[in-house]
Ligand binder design. Structure first.
Ligand code: HAM
Length: 425
């Protein structure tokens, strides 16, 4: 029978994998979740699919995601459902549905979420990918913007990455109402030179023309009017405030007035993080403010800001920097003969209770085979349980790096390992 292959653009995250090792994936998630909790964000989990209308409403009908990229299906009850193409609208839906905002503001939430977009797969661009995200909902002062951006920067730093932070403000709807006609006039005056997509965007979604990758269009856009020249006093002050706060804690950023992000709910502060060495898909995270989203979903005015970080892209960036997946067990326990296998299980259980990562053989391997397994899983020490040593109340402990062996009395094993492992740390 033919064997199956995973769907296109939906990578498996495998232990020990060269490109996307699950060990690094786990490190990213654990580091993120630990930091988010310390910053006062609490876990939210929303379903994998939502009412399709939620995304039509939040991402607007003309957006690329809604038009081309959603995994939409009808369930057996005839409802139209869509696999989550991004995390912010579902979180806002849940906040409004459960009135989380009535219990005090801001509502600070984080998530680790599988995300689905029917995009053309390529290196770093998948149809199923995972995001680490936070959303801070209910306040609009620049301090929460600075907190969210600093949090993302802190997470990258904790992982050993130094991506470039690109920052912009795209104003609120009133600033844009003044700006957009100027942009559309400009685009119309270059209409014949624009690519087909940008001609369409001129009428449907003019800001997105800044995202075009066609070289000729990029040249044209270099002289387009810029939103930052049309910010009202309020939005300009807000943006200054964000920049001052970031500077006060040593966060470096590059201002890019042409940064418009792919989602249409954004207002004011927008940002992305770009990693070197990743090629075209170098955006390892991004986010921004979405002050009108709650109203779009039928809720009270409830400003918000957040980010989504692409976990796979972060892992690729770590690998590009030569960072290896951490492997390793502290201890392997081997039986030098079948008679001692029962004892091995008892020792393993005791050492695991002491908090170490410990493993042993369950496939009746020879002692040589067990030592090979210990090597393969990166054990620092192997405890060898032989019948004669056992009868003398001792074990052999082998340092897997040097090959040196030491006879250790049974009742001193834990203390011995503790001292030795502290030394190698
Ligand atoms: P986004 O920029 O569409 O924003 O996605 C966030 C991150 O997900 C990107 O920066 C990138 O790292 C990663 N990503 C996006 N598409 C793919 C893909 N096809 N394959 C692999 N990784 C990908 C959002 O989704 C917003 N919800 C972020 C946000 C939260 N804004 C405010 N709050």
């Amino acid at each position: 029978m033919a064997r199956f292959e995973g769907p296109k653009g939906a990578p498996d995250i495998l232990p020990g994998d060269d490109k996307l090792p699950s060990e690094l994936f786990q490190r990213v998630v654990r580091t993120g979740e630990d930091l988010f909790s310390r910053y006062g964000y609490r876990l939210i989990m929303t379903p994998l699919f939502e009412d399709t209308a939620l995304f039509h409403r939040s991402l607007i009908e003309t957006s690329e995601i809604v038009n081309k990229e959603m995994y939409t299906f009808e369930d057996r009850g005839g409802r139209s459902l869509t696999l989550r193409p991004e995390g912010t609208a579902p979180v806002m839906r849940a906040v409004l549905e459960h009135n989380l905002h009535r219990a005090g503001l801001p509502v600070k939430l984080y998530y680790t979420a599988s995300t689905f977009r029917y995009e053309q797969p390529q290196a770093g661009r998948y149809r199923v990918f995972n995001q680490l995200g936070v959303e801070a909902i209910g306040t609009e002062g620049p301090d929460i913007d600075a907190e969210v951006i600093e949090l993302a920067a802190k997470l990258y730093g904790a992982l050993g990455l130094q991506p470039e932070l690109i920052l912009n403000s795209i104003g609120h709807p009133a600033c844009r109402a003044e700006y957009l006609p100027k942009l559309v006039d400009f685009l119309r005056s270059h209409f014949d030179e624009l690519c087909e997509d940008c001609r369409r965007r001129t009428e449907t979604n003019p800001l997105r023309t800044f995202d075009c990758k066609v070289p000729r269009d990029r040249e044209i856009m270099a002289s387009a009017p810029l939103i930052t020249d049309y910010l009202c006093g309020f939005c300009a002050d807000h943006f200054d405030g964000v920049q001052n706060l970031l500077t006060s804690v040593g966060i470096k950023f590059r201002l890019e007035p042409r940064l418009v992000r792919g989602l249409d709910y954004y207002t004011r502060t927008t940002f992305t993080f770009l990693a070197a060495g990743l090629g075209a898909q170098d955006e390892i995270g991004g986010g921004g403010r979405y002050d009108g989203l709650s109203e779009l979903l039928g809720g009270d005015p409830l400003p918000g800001i957040g980010f989504g970080l692409g976990i796979e892209r972060i892992v690729l960036a770590l690998r590009a920097d030569g960072i290896q997946a951490p492997v390793g067990h502290d201890v392997y326990v081997a039986a030098a003969g079948d008679e001692t296998r029962g004892k091995v299980f008892e020792i393993v259980t005791g050492l695991r209770s002491a908090g170490w990562a410990v493993d042993f053989d369950q496939t009746a391997r020879s002692l040589k085979g067990q030592l090979r397994s210990a090597d393969r899983i990166g054990a620092t020490f192997t405890v060898i349980v032989g019948e004669r040593e056992l009868s003398e109340g001792r074990y052999t402990v082998r340092d897997m790096t040097t090959g040196e062996e030491q006879l250790v009395p049974q009742d001193q094993l834990t203390d011995y390992l503790r001292a030795q492992l502290a030394r190698v740390d």
